[in-house]
Design a binder for this molecule. Sequence first.
Ligand code: PA5
Length: 490
Amino acid sequence: MKEIRFDFNNMLDINVGNAHGVGKDDILEMAKDISSGHDHLRGLAQDSRNRVNLGLEWMVLPYQKSKVVLTIKKLGDEIARKYYNVIFLGIGGSYLGLKAAQDALAVPYYNEFAKSRNNRPRVYFEGNNLDPDTISVLLKNLNPKKTFVVVISKSGETTETKAAFISVEGWLKKGVGKNYGRQIFVITDPDAGSLRKRVTQENARDSLSFRSLPLLKGVGGRYSEFNMGLLHLAIIGVDINEVFKGAKDMDKKCSISDYAKNPAYMYALLHTILYKKKSKPLAIMMPFAEGLKSTADWYVQLLAESLGKKFRRKINVSYNGVEEWARDKGTAVNVGRTPIPCRGTGDLHSVQQNNIEGQNDKVVTFIRVDKFKNEMKITVKGDILSGKGFTELIKLAQEATEWALVRESRPNCTIILPEVSAYYWGALLFFFQMATAFEGELLNVNAYDQPGVEGYKNYMYTKLGKPGISREIAEEINNNPLKKDQNYII
Ligand code: PA5
């Protein structure tokens, strides 16, 4: 069976020059960090206490029992049989993985063509914004009696998801009547949060109302596709076992201590060197496949929330090996590459100009697909395109982009996917998760928290009068209002 490969030729000084490429010495300088990063990560992976406490339980998600997969598959099939539409509500890590899967693994134009999607339900995503337009139009047009709703929120408190859920719930209640709760499924924390509380109340009244699945402890939103995304996969008919198989095979490859054989380590290492030593803070993720654009969006969250950090990590290890991580508030470091999602070939006609001639401050990661599910040949005679297939053309465009970047000494690398199948997509996600975890080790930051996201949430909660906001936070917000001088608004 073909494997995913990582081509890093164009990251090296031999191809893009010493000022913009990685040399052997750069790598040798990192030898100590690589080996301690490996030892630390593997140690954490093997200790369930540390995995759960620190947020690394994602490492074992592909190894979930087949009984769990079977239960979810049955549930997905049941929902798919009974309903024409499914609305998924969620944001951030409770949305991006599902959307990535939808676009990569379901047929293009999924909602449009019932036969192509094997008559499975249409799928809609809401609650990933507070824009009133999309949700209003959706609810005006769908039939509540034929619609199932899956609400996903780890905390059970997120404003966007909550606002959408309250609206959708009201709509269902009005359209379906007293048993409307049987058309709602909740994926949330097993114990905490207002969604969980609601599930408990509803279940006590009617065991078929607000059925739910628990999110596993120690799995943060952006690392949770193999947990909270499973019901979605089952509803659209994706083989979860294949996704897990791909992830497990990738896990094997990404556990090897030798960085020269470990694609995740090599990816993290080269990007870290280019970021730290060659002034490359921008990370362009550019799949050459329409269906992988949302996977690039998913990666944006993974990289930005995991590594964009103000403080380094301070590790305290107790006598029994249990670790606690704190923010080392000594000096702010403000690290982290900035991810930018792109797509080939469309964005060759927009952002590519800047990639080639703008500031040389970026690294482009391509995802190349070797074999597409369909092929289109150009049969008309007398054109330079005559006889060519679209696959050949898209591959040529990607190769041409690499060439153009190299000519301008712009570092880039390519992840080669044999095809976009459940197996390879599972492997791809796991690869990125491992690479990000390892990059977190090299930067010595906590790759599993997101304190920066709390600022806006706290501001909203304070203004909305949510109970439980600490006095300190409320004071900070109320005593430091935004300054809006009308002279500066023209
Ligand atoms: O990665 C994360 O943890 C966040 O981006 C969350 O996924 C996002 O804020 C949504 O949170 P929740 O699932 O609690 O609604």
